[in-house]
Design a protein around this ligand. Structure first.
Ligand code: BTN
Length: 261
């Protein structure tokens, strides 16, 4: 099967969205789509503007990590102008849109590891980074960065061989990145338009979380917290039950699932 290369027109052709992806900026190689999207947002880019890269030279992840982003994978950022009350839902919308897009295009079943890693068979296939600019109680913009491993061979990269995967590795056949980007943007818009009904987004996201009910280690702000991931609240925070019965509310962090329990 031929893989159709990404370009702005290949994405927008036939894209039936009203806001998300009406304007697509494609760059063969950039530092990070987050930088370009932020610059565009500051210049007044319309909500729904999407910045897509063929490759990123300094892609970044959550918690100051590097995001490896070579040619063949999907790296994009979406400019949004949501209200303040909707900010907690963006993590949920983005991860759900990826799960649904992957399901629609490949038939693979993906799950979400709190807060917004997308996993297939327990390995990370997609990471999401959200950067907001808030002035007073007004959101100037939010940038949703989504990186999906499509052709990546994790075994080639030191440090992620055991924890990462890619769609082609899982599927065993080629995946058309254009089809996935279109599906992702379509699902994203569908969910974004559900706002301000945060409740239904919250429950759909919670139902896809692989983390709940599991014994986990949570790395948060330099600490490691142990316990059972009991639930998540409507702001997206994780409620962690420790062995002594106390509960900690974790707003940001990274979870390791403890498979031996
Ligand atoms: C993570 O899992 O830590 C988040 C990874 C986010 C990667 C995407 S790729 C598109 C956008 N540009 C970046 O530099 N990062 C995000």
């Amino acid at each position: 099967m031929m893989t159709q290369d990404l370009s702005a027109s290949s994405i927008t052709a036939g894209l039936a969205t009203r806001v998300i992806g009406r304007r697509v900026l494609y760059y063969p190689s950039v530092t990070s789509t987050m930088d370009i999207a932020r610059r565009e947002a500051r210049r007044g880019a319309a909500e729904g503007t999407v910045v897509v890269a063929g490759e990123q030279t300094t892609g970044r992840g959550r918690l100051q990590r590097t995001w490896y982003s070579p040619q063949g994978n999907i790296a994009l950022s979406i400019v949004l102008r949501p209200d303040l009350a909707s900010l907690p839902c963006l993590v949920m919308i983005a991860s759900l849109a990826v799960v649904r897009g992957i399901g629609a295009v490949t038939g693979l079943e993906a799950l979400i590891k709190w807060p917004n890693d997308v996993l297939i068979d327990g390995r990370k296939v997609c990471g999401i980074l959200i950067e907001n600019e808030v002035v007073g109680n007004r959101v100037s913009f939010a940038i949703i960065g989504i990186g999906i491993n499509v052709t990546l061979r994790p075994s080639d990269i030191a440090g992620i061989a055991d924890t990462a995967t890619s769609l082609e590795q899982e599927l065993g056949t080629a995946v058309m990145p254009v089809a996935l980007v279109r599906s992702l943007l379509t699902e994203f818009e569908r969910l974004y338009f559900v706002l301000p009904d945060n409740e239904s987004i919250y429950s759909a996201w919670r139902d896809r979380l692989v983390t709940l009910g599991k014994r986990v280690a949570v790395h948060s702000g330099g600490d490691v917290l142990d316990g059972v991931a009991e639930s998540v609240d409507r702001t997206g925070a994780l409620l962690l039950r420790h062995d002594d019965g106390n509960v900690t509310k974790v707003i940001a962090g990274d979870v390791t699932l403890r498979h031996n329990d």
